[in-house]
Design a protein around this ligand. Structure first.
Ligand code: ZN
Length: 250
């Protein structure tokens, strides 16, 4: 049994929600597209919301490839000459492949060499039999909640963009499923009550989700933001940011 509940909310009516969430049997992905100031030339006709959605759907497809199926016999297939070398870490390799897929899908129309090319944070969780794999890239938060642990994983400063090598910077891990009761996947718009405003701590945040649900946590974050509409108390680039909360119960 695996139960997934989620909510996502756009931060501003002036721009699309650049967070993306998707789940399938055995896998969940959450991405937070990097929102550059409106009017920034990305060198991409598609935009950041498209990038986050495209990378998320391709990653979900690659994560679920082979889940629940018997291993296939036969020699491993290596990358073509000159291609990005696959990571030895399974989820990082799948993320690298998904980044390559997206880059190939718009290289003919867009200039992917620009520093402003669309980019995103990535969270991924996969249940594979008796174990759980996870991946965290850049500043979204994964909370692992088990009988004996409450672990916060943050993933550094490299974002997924057009270069599959970014996947090497992801934090990845595998743990026994029995050691995990729940996992929480959160974009940074949904963790402000802890790491932005100091209103609560991680156990307190989980308590809010338990009491009010994923949407309730976002609602409480919006309530706090509205008490500081100009960012005087809590200086921040965006008064309200896109916010996504996912609860995975195992
Ligand atoms: Zn594009």
């Amino acid at each position: 049994m695996m139960q997934v509940a989620w909510a996502t909310d756009q931060g501003s009516p002036e721009r699309r929600n650049e967070d993306f969430v998707a789940a399938a049997l055995g896998a969940v992905v959450v991405l937070d597209g990097c929102g550059l100031p409106l009017g920034t030339d990305l060198g991409c006709v598609h935009g950041t919301a498209w990038y986050a959605r495209s990378l998320g759907t391709r990653l979900l497809a690659r994560l679920t490839d082979g889940l629940g199926e018997a291993p296939q016999a036969g020699p491993p297939v290596g990358p073509p000459e000159g291609a990005h070398r696959p990571s030895r870490r399974p989820l990082a390799a799948r993320l690298a492949g998904a980044i390559s897929d997206v880059a190939a899908s718009h290289r003919s129309t867009c200039d992917l060499r620009r520093a402003t090319t669309p980019a995103a944070t990535v969270l991924a969780l996969r249940v594979r039999g008796d174990v759980v794999d996870y991946l965290v890239l850049a500043d979204s938060t994964l909370l692992l909640d088990g009988p004996d642990i409450l672990q916060e994983i943050t993933g550094g400063h490299v974002y997924a963009a057009a270069d599959p090598a970014a996947a090497e910077h992801a934090i990845t891990g595998t743990m026994p499923r029995r050691d995990l009761r729940r996992a929480f996947l959160l974009t940074d718009g949904a963790t402000r009550l802890v790491d932005g405003f100091g209103r609560t701590d991680w156990p307190g945040l989980i308590g809010m989700i338990d009491e009010h649900g994923p949407a309730g946590l976002i609602g409480r974050t919006r309530d706090a933001e509205r008490t500081d509409p100009d960012g005087a108390r809590w200086p921040r680039n965006k008064i309200h940011d896109d916010a996504t909360v996912v609860t995975v119960t195992l």
